[in-house]
Ligand binder design. Structure first.
Ligand code: SAM
Length: 221
């Protein structure tokens, strides 16, 4: 049978399991037109987020790093009607694109963007938790602090996902090794892979996603 290289394999999986509809396609097109960078997750990562949201029967989802709302649409679509997605975005221009994306995809009844540096908006949403799924996809240097917040805003059973964690292997190197990847990512990986309160894995899809489940006391080894 065929032996496809990783990227082609991803594309083949996406063609079967993660087909974008018009709203998702338009989000990417509009983002480009508005001059936003094309750094959104890949379709199969969006589908993975949906599978995780469904598996955990998520009703409240938190995202850090919205860009144009592409991943937010995937996430919001996995919510029940009375579910809620809050996505945090530092850039006001991005946030305006996000609002329009959510409106056009008809998820604006359950998805909203909050503008500001995440470290300032996170304390403000603490009362709105706990969140069943938290997706971290913002500035790489902030990842260790975002993890702290994610743990604060989670409950046992919550899922914490982070993108950009493998980076061709650089993200998995020792924190102290002088390699060309942000220390924040390596510190993040060190923590999620070793923390006894988490059951976690890194997956080589897109630029690499870690998935961590928050354990309760009895489940911790
Ligand atoms: N999750 C998006 C998707 O897949 O569609 C992509 C997010 S993009 C990789 C990262 C976003 O995080 C950018 O829009 C950037 O402006 C935002 N960002 C960067 N630093 C931030 C911060 N300190 N707080 C909140 N958002 C931040």
């Amino acid at each position: 049978g065929p032996q496809l290289p990783p990227r082609e394999l991803e594309a083949a999986i996406a063609r079967l399991f993660a087909v974008e509809d018009e709203a998702l396609r338009q989000t990417t097109i509009r983002a480009k037109e508005q001059g936003l960078p094309s750094i959104q997750i890949a379709p199969l990562q969006g589908k993975l987020l949906q599978v995780l949201a469904r598996a955990s029967q998520a009703r409240k989802i938190l995202e850090i790093g919205a860009l144009a709302g592409y991943s937010g649409i995937w996430l919001a679509r996995a919510l029940p009607e009375d579910g809620r997605l809050i996505t945090l975005e530092i850039d006001i221009t991005h946030a305006e694109v996000v609002r329009e994306s959510f409106r056009l995809a008809q998820v604006d009844d359950r998805a909203e963007v909050r503008v500001g540096p995440a470290l300032e908006t996170l304390p403000q949403i603490a009362a709105e938790g706990p969140f069943d799924l938290i997706f971290i996809d913002a500035d790489k240097g902030g990842y260790p602090q975002y993890l702290e917040w994610a743990l604060k805003l989670a409950r046992p059973g919550s899922i914490i996902v982070a993108d950009n964690c493998v980076l061709g292997g650089d993200g998995l190197e020792d924190v102290h090794k002088p390699v060309n990847s942000p220390t924040g990512i390596r510190a993040y990986n060190q923590r999620v892979s070793h923390d006894k309160a988490l059951c976690s894995i890194a997956l080589p899809i897109g630029s690499g996603m870690t998935v961590a489940v928050v354990l309760n006391k009895e489940e911790q080894e």
